[in-house]
Design a protein around this ligand. Structure first.
Ligand SMILES: [Zn+2]
Ligand SMILES: [Zn+2]
Length: 638
């Protein structure tokens, strides 16, 4: 918290010179200045300025943004980097779910694992599409990056690749067939980038990266086929990365995990096990796909009317089950949603989704079949604005209209921040007479990640010397660490690290550098990257919390006096018409600032005047209202 405030303060003084925030945002106050079209409460201003003011900031977003995380001292870091040996650095994915990316470094050779995105929670970062790993650590080490491995095709493991492409040098890239196809499809959307060649690897293969480093990949189970454990052998020892995983002896669409391979790895000795913590707070074993099939069969068997399954395009194995069971009940299957259709096409082509000839129909064919013979598999179970399920619920879908007795099934747990839109979605569907069922196993995090007993089994199998929980919130990592202790890893050998921590390992010890690699968030806004710095984000946050105020002052260039009465426009701040005295006071203040600043026949210095108005009016408004709207001064000389 204090770090955050400090950083906000620094940014503030660098840019807007607003009084530094010294207390957390007051809950709810952002609504108090609710926007009215006629809120300027003031004399007419030029049409251009008015349009400018009106056009922007329609998005009513309220939530505190974590602006910056701790950054390192550059000199320290430069020194640390010269130290050789074995190092592990995570650029994302520790203490959070998503944007997984890490490096295993031995002397001057680096192997990267994954490059994923994280989708921010609603309101967390206004206008930001996603957050990507911070690869600043690699800035002066591009030549050292020898190889990059991808564990599986989920966006939180591959989605950031286009955005870090230019910052990771030219490593040899390796992925299993499905992962490779999904990455290729993603890179296709970024044609301006240098093409990226990916070597296809099969589970069980050994890849020689250099004289010192070899990598072995092993099959493991997840909610998408072709998930790989990555074991990196270095002269110090083997670092094993589990990827997202669960154990499933009866998987759908996939072979069971390569237990023998894992045992062999264990016999050879694993120095460090890095293991997925997503399920570390869930008791027991994760459900086997067989159990899930039974549940789904019940739901699909009992469904009346058209069956609409809202799920995630990433859950390939779940989609396979829906197809197979729909076939059992004589239902045709139709897919909708961009990511859903893309993934289905890729998987069909590579043989990862199997269906009978004639099972899949296109949207314009659905009226050719009785409603109770159609299953639609669509995106949007989290109430996303433009996704298919929302369009169906709003009656805006071109082909699917909800009728009485139709059945809609979607994930029962809602990603925080989406509650309201999911509620709206449900209500809207019910209004149309549909039946709505919740089913947790259509969740993105259900089913694909091992629960406690699976995680325990991995530790028992591998018997690592050191253990490092990865992928998950801090509490999940800590829980996972405790389990490792219960399984015999000494407490002092359990490594709980942060993004940016530089962890050194030798055969007997591990230690962390005092300085960290940069780990500030990197935001992607549309297709731009990094152009949305913390400053822009903070601006958005201020605008959403406290609004803005535009002050337009006409200054007589001969006399340096204010001409007429300064125009004041605000949005999202306070309703100025109800605050005449505040308006008067602001005007008086401006007149004082200007006439003071231009006194004694000084030339009018535009920048100086604007800064003064911004600072002093900002401070003044804070004293009067305890709010900090953004102050935009306009000085016009006449
Ligand atoms: Zn995954
Ligand atoms: Zn993941």
């Amino acid at each position: 918290m204090s770090e955050e405030n400090k950083n906000i303060a620094e940014l503030t003084s660098a840019n807007q010179s607003r009084p530094a925030r010294s207390e957390p945002a007051r809950p709810g106050h952002a609504h108090s200045g609710s926007t009215q079209a006629n809120q300027s409460g003031e004399a007419p201003v030029s049409g251009k300025v008015r349009r400018m003011a009106k056009r922007r900031w329609m998005k009513p977003v309220v939530r505190k943004v974590r602006v910056l995380k701790e950054t390192r001292n550059a000199a320290d870091a430069a020194h640390d980097h010269k130290v050789g040996g074995l190092k592990i650095i995570h650029f994302g994915g520790l203490g959070e779910v998503g944007r997984n990316m890490s490096a295993v470094q031995y002397d001057d050779e680096i192997v990267l694992i994954d490059a994923g995105v994280r989708f921010p929670e609603a309101g967390e970062t206004p206008g930001i599409d996603f957050i990507i790993p911070n690869v600043e650590y690699l800035a002066d080490k591009k030549d050292m990056v020898k190889a990059m491995f991808f564990t599986h095709g989920h966006l939180d493991h591959i989605g950031a690749l286009p955005f870090v492409r230019e910052k990771i040098g030219d490593p040899d890239c390796y992925a299993a067939p499905l992962t490779k196809a999904i990455i290729a499809k993603r890179m296709d959307e970024f044609k301006h980038l240098r093409p990226l060649e990916i070597h296809q690897v099969e589970a069980g293969e050994i890849i020689k990266v250099s004289d010192k480093i070899t990598v072995k990949v092993l099959r493991i189970n997840h909610s998408i086929p072709d998930d790989l454990v990555i074991a990196i052998k270095t002269p110090v020892g083997t670092v094993m990365h589990t990827s997202d995983f669960k154990f499933d002896d009866t998987p759908v669409n996939d072979k069971p995990a390569d237990i023998e391979g894992l045992e062999e790895l264990s016999r050879e000795g694993v120095l460090l096990l890095e293991s997925d913590s997503t399920g570390a707070e869930k008791e027991g074993h994760s459900l086997s796909e067989q159990d899930i099939t039974e549940n789904l069969r019940k739901i699909i068997g009992e469904a009346t009317g058209m069956l609409i399954m809202g799920t995630f395009a990433s859950l390939i194995n779940r989609i396979q089950q829906i197809i197979t069971i729909s076939e059992e009940f004589g239902r045709k299957v139709v897919f909708d949603g961009y990511s859903m259709k893309t993934n289905v096409e890729i998987c069909k082509k590579l043989g990862y989704l199997k269906m009978r000839q004639g099972t899949q129909i296109s949207m314009d064919q659905i009226d050719d079949y009785p409603r109770e013979k159609v299953t639609a598999v669509v995106t949007g179970a989290q109430g996303e604005d433009n996704a298919v399920l929302m369009r169906i619920a709003n009656g805006e879908h071109r082909h699917i209209n909800i009728r009485k007795h139709d059945t809609i099934v979607f994930s029962s747990s809602v990603i925080p921040g989406n509650e309201r839109s999911v509620q709206f979605l449900k209500d809207q569907l019910l209004r149309n007479g549909a039946k709505v069922t919740n089913y947790q196993l259509l969740d993105v995090h259900a089913g694909g990640h091992g629960n406690k007993e699976d995680l325990r089994r991995m530790i028992q199998l591998i018997k690592p010397k050191f253990f490092m929980p990865i992928h998950g919130q801090y509490s999940m990592m800590v829980n996972h660490g405790q389990m490792a202790e219960e399984e015999g890893v000494p407490e002092s050998n359990v490594i709980i690290a942060d993004n940016g921590s530089i962890v050194h390992l030798d055969q007997e010890n591990w230690w962390m550098d005092k300085a960290k690699a940069p780990s500030d968030y990197v935001f992607v806004d549309g297709l731009g990257i990094g152009d949305i710095g913390n400053v822009v984000l903070r601006d958005r946050q201020i605008l959403s919390e406290d609004g803005f105020i535009v002050v337009i002052t006409l200054v007589d260039h001969k006399t340096g006096q204010v001409r007429g009465s300064p125009d004041i426009i605000s949005r999202g701040f306070v309703y100025l018409k109800d605050h005449k005295d505040l308006l008067m006071a602001i005007r008086k203040k401006i007149r004082f600032i200007v006439e003071h600043g231009t006194a004694h026949g000084k030339d009018i210095n535009d920048t100086y005047l604007k800064d003064e108005i911004r600072n002093q009016i900002g401070l003044f408004l804070f004293q009067k209202t305890e709010r900090r709207p953004m102050v935009l001064p306009v000085v016009i000389e006449i």
